[in-house]
Design a protein around this ligand. Structure first.
Ligand code: SAH
Length: 254
């Protein structure tokens, strides 16, 4: 097995996966154990953080909707500073660092400052959540493609290619879409998907708190509200959602 030791003065941009600490890669686990400083966001589970040495400094860089603990620019500068101080720096993010995680922006700043860095991919929410919810992202009978989009509402709308999303034989995985769910469903129907097109939303997937609500584009917003789901949630739209009836293994269907 290839061993990998953290180097002083380097930054490791690491994906911590969607929640279940067992979904961490071996490389991530090894580097976390060797770090002397860990800069983490709010989606990183405590169990993962607890793998670090007791002496490791932990810096919360959290990002909750509308409440950025540290502005992105300051955060990137902090990583540069810690590396220049010859620390072993781990930048820990939920899921995969390069999927809706601003890992790309942080890496750009590190590169501009000639700070050596490595990227350790993680299991992104769509992959982890779909697996634990019993919903294959692709399936020969139901979906030949899968797209990942952000459903973050900006000024009450989403800047998405609706025609490209509202397609049969495709699965759409929507990150950060809880608040915008009614808008999202409405737009997909408007652009041609049937109102009874299958859709599901999963809260805190892969954790013991995982909850899934299944419905259609027409019913999901109401069902989600009734169930009182809270972020983080992942929305999955497409015929593959129907497979959950047979394939759910982690929690009961309801
Ligand atoms: N880099 C991360 C995504 C960061 S954006 C990744 O690759 O997964 C944060 C969004 O990810 C959340 O708003 C939610 O939509 C999704 N997410 C992350 N963890 C999740 C989980 N355990 N269950 C459901 N959704 C999750």
């Amino acid at each position: 097995m290839m061993q990998h030791d953290a180097k002083a003065g380097s930054v490791y941009l690491i994906g911590a996966g969607p929640g279940d600490p067992d979904l961490l890669t071996l490389k991530a686990a090894r580097l976390i154990q060797q770090a002397d400083v860990i800069v983490y966001d709010n989606l990183v589970s405590t169990a993962v953080l607890n793998m670090a040495q007791a002496s490791a400094e932990r810096i919360y860089a959290g990002k909750r909707r509308g409440n950025h603990a540290l502005p992105q620019e300051e955060l990137s500068q902090l990583l540069v500073r810690l590396a220049k101080d010859m620390r072993k720096v781990v930048r820990l993010k939920g899921g995969d660092p390069y999927i809706f995680g601003r890992g790309g922006e942080e890496a750009e700043v590190l590169a501009a400052h000639h700070v050596p860095f490595e990227v350790v991919p993680g299991i992104t929410a769509a992959a982890g959540v779909a697996a634990y919810a019993g919903i294959p992202l692709t399936h020969r009978d139901h979906a030949q493609s899968c797209v990942f989009v952000t459903g973050h509402l900006k000024d009450g709308s989403m800047d998405l290619d609706w025609a490209g999303l509202a397609r049969p034989k495709q699965t759409v995985a929507i990150y950060m879409g809880l608040t915008g769910l009614p808008y999202l469903c409405e737009k997909l129907i408007e652009h041609g998907l049937p109102a009874d097109w299958p859709a599901a939303i999963v809260q805190q997937g892969t954790t013991p708190q995982q909850r899934t609500v299944v419905g259609t584009l027409a019913t999901l917003p109401r069902l989600t509200e009734e169930a009182g789901l809270r972020a983080p949630t992942l929305i999955l739209v497409g015929q593959v959602v129907t497979l959950r009836q047979k394939l759910a293994w982690k929690e009961e269907c309801y």
